[in-house]
Design a protein around this ligand. Structure first.
Ligand code: DC
Length: 214
């Protein structure tokens, strides 16, 4: 079995849903790196919402981020698992993810977490930057409309007000921001396997990854 599995791709491609199930089936640890960027984004918002580089670096300098085995995320000791899932925090996460200091800090933390072995880690730069020696690299994509539909359904299910066109526009903006930033942009590693999930069910994607993990 492949011990270190990296899953990258744009927002809404199904990374976290699929990675969580794959990790559970293999009895591996699931590490959601997007949640870590979200936690830093939330901290900047809680500090007053100043997104100048200096303020972001200040928020990140001594930030304490922990993920527990149940998938909860803690920011400076507080459980922020649900707070980090709002559209406002999505935008904040994408903003802080552009800053080199934040990336260096979180990359280091992510490598330490993976060093324990047997992990499924998902994000944008896991196969290219964080774990270039991962045993298996997957790049998940889906069409923009399908990804917007998934986010829309997810937000509605959680009781958030949602407008499809706004979500679609936000996804396009975030894709652009994540793929065009200077440091560690969203990109498929040369040795990653591309899976387009537009017309695949969650079970089908999981089955393909489990097969590749053998
Ligand atoms: O996967 P997500 O939507 O929770 O990620 C939130 C933001 O964090 C997203 O805009 C991209 C960024 N991110 C990143 O730059 N690198 C990662 N490894 C994970 C997420």
């Amino acid at each position: 079995m492949k011990k270190i599995i990296a899953v990258d791709g744009p927002a809404g491609a199904g990374k976290s849903t699929v990675s969580k199930i794959v990790a559970r089936k293999l009895a591996y640890t699931y590490i959601d790196t997007g949640a870590m960027y979200r936690a830093v984004g939330l901290k900047v918002l809680l500090n007053g919402g100043n997104f100048a580089d200096d303020s972001i670096v200040d928020a990140a300098r001594d930030v304490d981020i922990k993920l527990d085995a149940a998938g909860k995320i803690f920011l400076d000791g507080d459980d922020v698992t649900t707070k980090i899932r709002t559209p406002e925090v999505s935008k904040a996460a994408s903003d802080v993810a552009k800053v080199g200091f934040v990336r260096t800090k979180l990359t280091q933390l992510q490598r330490e977490m993976a060093a324990q072995g047997s992990v499924v880690m998902d994000g944008r730069d896991i196969g290219t930057q964080v774990l270039p020696n991962a045993d298996l690299k997957i790049f998940l994509t889906a069409s923009v409309d399908e990804r917007a539909r998934r986010r829309f359904d997810e937000l509605k299910a959680k009781g958030h007000a949602a407008d499809f066109d706004t979500i679609r526009d936000e996804i396009i903006l975030r894709d652009k921001q994540d793929s065009q930033r200077e440091i560690a942009p969203l990109a498929q590693a040369e040795d990653a396997i591309l899976l387009d999930t537009t017309h695949l069910s969650i079970d089908e994607v999981v089955a393909q990854i489990l097969e590749l993990a053998k």
